[in-house]
Write a protein that binds this ligand. Structure first.
Ligand SMILES: [Zn+2]
Length: 145
């Protein structure tokens, strides 16, 4: 069972991000890198913004990630999210990948205790049909208060 309700719209891969979603299906978080200058980028693009090469490589994400920014959602814009309110939509950054920001959800946390720079860990949300989505939770369990 997925973190959101099963009627949540699913990702629709296109030619630039198909390798990203194929990696997710294997529970591997892959980011696009330029084969010319090694610049990492996400979302994937057909041309490197630094050297204009169209040659790409896909590399596994570093283990360390943190909250770059976030917002707490209190309104259900889609019926599939109403049972999760309030929930955290976050942008996560990765050590050593300055060009990569991943939009995701932060789970297993009190939305009022989320902070920019909070270390987070990846977990894979099984959305069915062999597809997984990368979601994140605080690296350290929150202290009860
Ligand atoms: Zn490049």
């Amino acid at each position: 069972m997925s973190w959101f309700a099963d009627d949540m719209p699913r990702p629709v891969p296109h030619m630039d991000d198909a390798a990203f979603w194929e990696g997710c299906a294997e529970r591997r978080l892959l980011f696009q890198h330029c084969a010319g200058c090694s610049t990492a980028r996400h979302p994937p693009t057909p041309i490197c913004p630094v050297c204009r090469s169209s040659a790409t490589q896909w590399r596994e994400a570093p283990a360390h990630a943190e909250v770059y920014t976030y917002t707490v959602i209190h309104y259900a814009a889609h019926a599939a999210v109403k049972d999760r309110l309030p929930y955290v939509a976050a942008v996560v950054s990765f050590a050593g990948l300055s060009g990569v920001r991943l939009v995701t959800n932060l789970t297993d946390c009190d939305p009022g205790r989320v902070r920019i720079g909070m270390p987070v860990r990846l977990w894979w949300d099984d959305i069915g049909d062999g597809q997984y989505l990368p979601r994140f939770a605080p690296l350290e369990r929150e202290a009860s208060s």
